[in-house]
Design a protein around this ligand. Structure first.
Ligand code: PHE
Length: 376
């Protein structure tokens, strides 16, 4: 935040009065600290890289972009407060965020009430963009949604891994985990599989042995646990300690370098669904990985790629809109079609969601490797 402010000041001082034009402010909210810190940090990096590239090409018709970033510490209340601050104090043109669906759900009504567009790069719960059958006019996302993501892993489990009996371990305080568990369950049953048991935990729990022991007794062939990386890494380690060697299966919430740092080799052989694979040879992906690595000295996860896409789509919509804010911007975002992003070709549907394929990644040697693609 400090850096952004000083950059703004420097830009203001340098430009001649005639050319002086305020930058277009982009609000960013993420968990920059806490048990989900890599989500927010990757998101921030993705947005800032996109802004740097856009500005080096002249910004929006000569006007620069600047990011205003807030840390919500992984708390929905903080995400809501930050949204209010961005729209009423900082007067941003748009809000980018959050990653976690529960936090985007806390932000969405505020964006809606203040008529400021919000794009979540990576929240997949359907209610983020559509609440009680009504599309939120000001809220969009550049990723797929969980009714699809749940189907993806159910198909992989039934058709590729040929599993018949699976158990669930879900995070009850997490809208994403709850939704995805339900969508997986429905599809897995529809495909003829059986859900043997459904256990739960709460984010931040340290001991999962009671639930795991109970699941072990049911002898599932796999356990679907669509949670966030810190919890999942501990679950994986404790499952191995209990000599449970059936694979764990998960969703995009597993995607973090910290998963491997905390979970180590306990994760070997496990699968999760995600938005992109760094193994993909497509030039769009490989070029992105190269520039991102050069700047941040790490491989971009899906969150970084989605945040980068969200910022490029923002700039693209601003370029098509009669004004880079408010209703013109809202309309231009809604009209996004065939945008070639790093995470795929992005067209927003009537519900403001992107319809894109998902990849299945298999973990070996502390690395997620490409295992397959499932199309919508
Ligand atoms: N889809 C998750 C959610 O809605 C967030 C997430 C996306 C986490 C991508 C990691 C990678 O809560």
């Amino acid at each position: 935040m400090k850096k952004t402010l000083s950059a703004l000041l420097a830009a203001a001082l340098l430009s001649s009065p005639a050319a002086a034009q305020d930058p277009i402010l982009i609000g960013v909210i993420g968990s920059l600290t806490g048990a989900e810190a890599t989500y927010g940090l990757s998101t921030r990096h993705g947005v800032e890289l996109a802004i740097e590239e856009l500005n080096s090409k002249g910004g929006l018709k000569g006007r620069m972009f600047a990011a205003k970033v807030y840390d919500d510490q992984g708390k929905p209340e903080e995400a809501a407060t930050a949204t209010t601050r961005l729209v009423s104090q900082d007067k941003v043109a748009i809000v980018l965020g959050e990653v976690a669906s529960s936090r985007s759900l806390a932000m969405a009504p505020i964006a809606e009430a203040n008529k400021v567009p919000m794009i979540t790069p990576s929240s997949t719960n359907p209610r983020v963009t559509k609440d009680g059958g009504k599309v939120r006019q000001w809220v969009f996302r550049v990723c797929f949604i969980d009714p699809f993501q749940g189907t993806v892993m159910a198909k992989w489990a039934r058709e590729s891994l040929k599993l018949e009996r699976v158990a669930i371990l879900r995070d009850v305080g997490n809208d994403y985990s709850m939704g995805l568990s339900d969508f997986f369950t429905a599809k897995f049953k529809e495909l003829g599989g059986t859900i043997l048991a459904d256990e739960s935990y709460k984010a931040g729990d340290q001991d999962f042995k009671a639930q795991l022991t109970s699941l072990k007794g049911k002898k599932p062939q796999a356990i679907y646990t669509p949670g966030y990386y810190t919890d999942v890494a501990l679950i994986a380690r404790q499952a191995r300690e209990l000599n449970m060697n059936m694979p764990l299966l998960g969703g995009d919430g597993w995607d973090s370098s910290k998963l491997y740092e905390i979970g180590g080799s306990a994760l070997d052989g496990y699968y999760f669904s995600n938005h992109y694979s760094t193994d993909d040879p497509s030039p769009a992906i490989q070029n992105f990985i190269k520039t991102y690595k050069a700047k941040y000295k790490e491989t971009p996860d899906a969150l970084a790629a989605l945040a980068y896409d969200a910022m490029l789509i923002t700039a693209d919509a601003m370029g098509r809109a009669t004004a880079p804010t408010g209703e013109p911007l809202r309309k231009a975002i809604a009209a996004t079609k065939g945008f070639k992003g790093v995470t795929g070709v992005i067209t927003l549907d009537a519900d403001h969601n992107a319809v894109k394929p998902a990849v299945i990644l298999k973990i070996t040697g502390k690395k997620p490797g490409y295992a397959g693609t499932i199309k919508p």
